[in-house]
Design a protein around this ligand. Structure first.
Ligand SMILES: [Cu+2]
Length: 159
């Protein structure tokens, strides 16, 4: 977490310096290149106080015909794993709680695209799949979001 420590306030009577250090421009961290965000993500996730985390969390069980609520954010889906008891229909209700546009798309284990939601910025979108047994990946197709953690595993059981 970038913080501004104002040592000049302690050292001197330099009121002007204090003012400068406390100005909004001084406080606001500059935009970071992607590599440093990646590095920071690990630290932030460990300290548990950040908005940028890498990867999703949680696990959900569903039965055919059910809806599963999935939240999308930078950068992960929650739950990050879904278990469908057997083949059938599954509806994703995807809520974007992040600050960037996201989508949720699905591919099978051969990498075939099975569709998904459009990219959206606020609120929810739904998408329904009719699924055979197997292992699927749901992911965000925007930019490098998948590599940053927006990926989950859906397993459809045989029985
Ligand atoms: Cu995304």
């Amino acid at each position: 977490m970038p913080t501004v420590r104002n040592s000049s306030a302690i050292v001197g009577a330099a009121r002007k310096a204090v003012h400068l250090a406390r100005s909004p421009a001084g406080r606001r961290p500059r935009p970071l290149p992607v590599w440093s965000l990646l590095m920071a993500a690990g630290i932030v996730a460990a300290s548990g106080c950040g908005q940028v985390e890498r990867g999703g969390r949680g696990f959900a069980r569903a039965v055919p015909g059910a809806s599963v609520q999935v939240t999308a954010r930078e950068y992960g889906f929650t739950p990050a794993r879904i278990d469908l008891a057997r083949a059938g229909r599954l509806r994703f209700v995807v809520r974007n709680v992040g600050s960037l546009p996201h989508d949720l798309r699905l591919r099978d284990e051969r990498g075939r695209e099975l569709g998904g939601t459009p990219a959206f910025e606020r609120g929810s979108r739904t998408v329904t799949f009719v699924l055979r047994p197997g292992r699927y990946t749901y992911y965000c197709s925007i930019g490098d979001h998948e590599q940053l953690g927006m990926r989950g595993v859906l397993v459809v059981r045989t029985r």
